[in-house]
Ligand binder design. Structure first.
Ligand code: ADP
Ligand code: ADP
Ligand code: MG
Length: 454
C-alpha cells in the first residue's frame, strides 16, 4: 500500500484525490502555484509545497518542480488528477524514473492510448469498431484528399494530440476542407506541440457514451457506461449513468468491447473508453480512450458504489484488482452537472471573483465535489470548474427531480455560475425524455441562452 501521496493538481479533483487517500490512511502532500496558496486542496492536505508562479507552465506543468516536491517531502507516489500532466507519458516515465509510483498507466500505455491516432489503430486491432476515416496520421493535403473518398462530407479533421474538445474542425465541402486542413495543422502544432492530424466521418445525431474500466495489467473489468451527450463546444456539461439509449444486449457488447481493448493493451489503472452511438443505425464507434480519472467519474461511483479513486490508489500500490465483474451492479440513476464560474447569458464568459455567502446542497442522494468555501478567491488563471453536483435517485425521473431540489439549495454569492443553465435544462421536455444528441445543446443555446440570467 502507498504511504505518502503527492497530488499533482488543483481544484476539486485535488480535493477528491486527497479525500480518497486519507480514507485509505495514506498521507497527502498538495502542490500549489503562488495563486493557490489558500486553495482548499492546500488547506486539506497534510503538507503543501509551493511549486511556482500562477502560470500553469511554471507550476502545475512543471515536471521537475513536482518531482522535487515529492522527493523533498518523502512521498512514494504521485496522482496526476485530470488535465495538466495526467496524460503526459513523459511525466509518467519521469515519476517512475525518480523511484516513485505514478498512479495511472505506464508511459508506454499513455503513448499508445493517449495518442488518438495510435489508440484508433489499437482499437481496430482489438476488434472494436472505429469511426470510418484515416488509418494512421494523415501526411499532407494530397493524402488527405484520398481519405475523403471514405468519409465523404461533412468530415472531421482532428488533432492526434487533441483533448478537451479542442483541436477539432469540421469541413462541409471541398473548398472548406482545402482551407481548414493547413489551418488545423498549424493550430495543432501551436496548441499541443504536435501537428499530427487524422480524419473521421462526422457521425450526425450521435450520442456520446463512454465505458469506465478498471484494470491491473492482468485483469480488466468495466463499471458500465456514462452518457455525456449534452455538450457545448464538444465539452461535456451534464453527464449521467446509465444511458437510457442502450438495450441490455448492446450495453453488454459496448462494455465488453472496452474490456477487450483494456486487456489487449495490458492497461493498468482507471480509464475510459469513449464511443459515439448512432441510435438510428444502432451502431457504436470508438472515438478515444482517456487514460486517467475523468471529471464525470462520480456518476459511476453513485450507481455502482465503487470508489474509483480508491481503487486506482490500491492498484498503483500493487494490489491486484479486487473487484470481480460479477460483483459490479447498477443501482438507480445518477446525474452530474458542472458548476462553472461562467456567465451562461454572456456566451459563458469566465467570471472569476470572490465567494461571498455560500449555501451548499445536501441531503439524501446528493454529493457536492468542490473547492469552494466562503471568502475563497477564484483565480483567473485556470479552468472555470468550481464544483460538480452529483445526484442519485431510484429512476432517471427521480434523479432529475432531485437535481432541481439540490440546485435550489445551492447559493454561491459573488459570481455568475452555470446553475441557471441546469435549471433550464432540467425543465426541458427533450432533456426529460433523454431525447438528445451531441449537437442538441448547441441548437438549444441559440434559442435560450439569453434567458439564462441568474
Ligand atoms: P476530445 O479529445 O476533445 O475529448 P473526442 O474525440 O473525444 O475529443 O471528441 C469530443 C466530442 O466531439 C465528442 O464527444 C463528440 O461530441 C464530437 N465528435 C468527435 N468525433 C466525432 C465524429 N467523428 N462525429 C461526430 N462527432 C464527433
Ligand atoms: P480472462 O482470464 O478471462 O482473460 P481476466 O483475468 O481479466 O479475464 O478476469 C476474469 C474475470 O475475473 C474478470 O471478469 C474479472 O472480473 C475477474 N477478476 C478481477 N480481478 C481478478 C483477480 N485479481 N484475479 C482473478 N480474477 C479477477
Ligand atoms: Mg473525448
Amino acid at each position: 500500500m502507498l504511504k505518502k501521496l503527492l497530488v499533482a493538481n488543483r481544484g476539486e479533483i485535488a480535493v477528491r484525490v486527497i479525500r480518497a487517500a486519507k480514507d485509505l490512511g495514506i498521507k497527502t502532500v498538495a502542490v500549489h502555484s503562488a495563486a493557490d496558496a489558500t486553495s482548499l486542496h492546500v488547506l486539506l492536505a497534510d503538507e503543501a509545497v509551493n511549486i511556482g508562479p500562477p502560470a500553469a507552465k511554471k507550476s502545475y506543468l512543471n515536471i521537475d518542480a513536482i518531482i522535487e516536491a515529492a522527493k523533498s517531502t518523502g512521498c512514494d507516489s504521485i496522482h496526476p488528477g485530470y488535465g495538466f500532466l495526467a496524460e503526459n507519458a513523459t511525466f509518467s516515465d519521469a515519476v517512475t524514473a525518480a523511484g516513485l509510483v505514478f498512479v495511472g498507466p505506464s508511459g508506454d500505455a499513455i503513448r499508445l492510448m493517449g495518442d488518438k491516432v495510435s489508440a484508433r489503430s489499437a482499437a481496430a486491432a482489438a476488434g472494436v469498431p472505429v469511426v470510418p476515416g484515416s488509418t494512421g496520421r494523415v501526411e499532407g493535403i494530397e493524402a488527405a484528399r484520398h481519405i475523403l473518398i471514405d468519409t465523404g462530407f461533412p468530415v472531421m479533421i482532428k488533432a492526434a494530440a487533441g483533448g478537451g474538445g479542442r483541436g477539432i474542425r469540421i469541413a462541409n465541402n471541398l473548398a472548406e476542407f482545402e482551407q481548414a486542413f493547413p489551418q488545423a495543422e498549424a493550430e495543432a502544432l501551436a496548441a499541443f506541440g504536435d501537428g499530427g492530424l487524422y480524419m473521421e466521418k462526422v457521425i450526425g445525431k450521435a450520442r456520446h457514451i463512454e465505458v469506465q474500466v478498471l484494470a491491473d495489467g492482468k485483469h480488466a473489468i468495466h463499471c458500465y457506461e456514462r452518457e455525456c451527450s449534452l455538450q457545448r463546444r464538444r465539452q461535456k456539461v451534464w453527464e449521467e449513468a446509465p444511458s437510457r439509449a442502450l438495450s441490455e444486449e448492446l450495453r453488454e457488447e459496448l462494455c465488453g468491447s472496452a474490456v477487450a481493448l483494456a486487456k489487449a493493451v495490458g492497461y493498468s489503472g482507471a480509464g475510459t473508453v469513449e464511443y459515439l452511438y448512432d441510435d438510428e443505425a444502432n451502431r457504436f464507434y470508438f472515438i478515444e480512450m482517456n487514460t486517467r480519472i475523468q471529471v464525470e467519474h462520480p456518476v459511476t461511483e453513485a450507481i455502482t458504489g465503487i470508489d474509483l479513486v480508491s481503487e486506482m490508489l490500491r492498484i498503483a500500490g500493487g494490489e491486484p484488482l479486487r473487484i470481480r465483474q460479477k460483483d459490479v451492479s447498477v443501482r438507480g440513476h445518477a446525474i452530474e452537472v458542472r458548476i462553472n464560474a461562467e456567465d451562461p447569458s454572456k456566451d459563458f464568459a469566465p467570471f472569476p471573483g470572490t465567494v461571498g455567502d455560500l449555501r451548499l446542497p445536501g441531503g439524501p442522494g446528493v454529493r457536492f465535489d468542490s473547492m469552494l468555501y466562503p471568502g475563497y478567491q477564484v483565480p483567473p488563471f485556470y479552468d472555470s470548474l468550481l464544483a460538480k453536483l452529483i445526484v442519485h435517485g431510484e429512476t432517471r425521473e427521480a434523479a432529475i427531480t432531485r437535481l432541481v431540489r439540490a440546485l435550489g439549495e445551492l447559493k454561491i454569492d459573488g459570481m455568475k455560475t452555470t446553475k441557471p443553465l441546469f435549471l433550464a435544462l432540467a425543465a426541458d421536455p427533450s432533456v426529460q425524455a433523454g431525447d438528445v444528441h451531441t449537437r442538441w445543446l448547441e441548437g438549444w443555446l441559440n434559442d435560450n441562452a439569453a434567458k439564462l440570467a441568474d
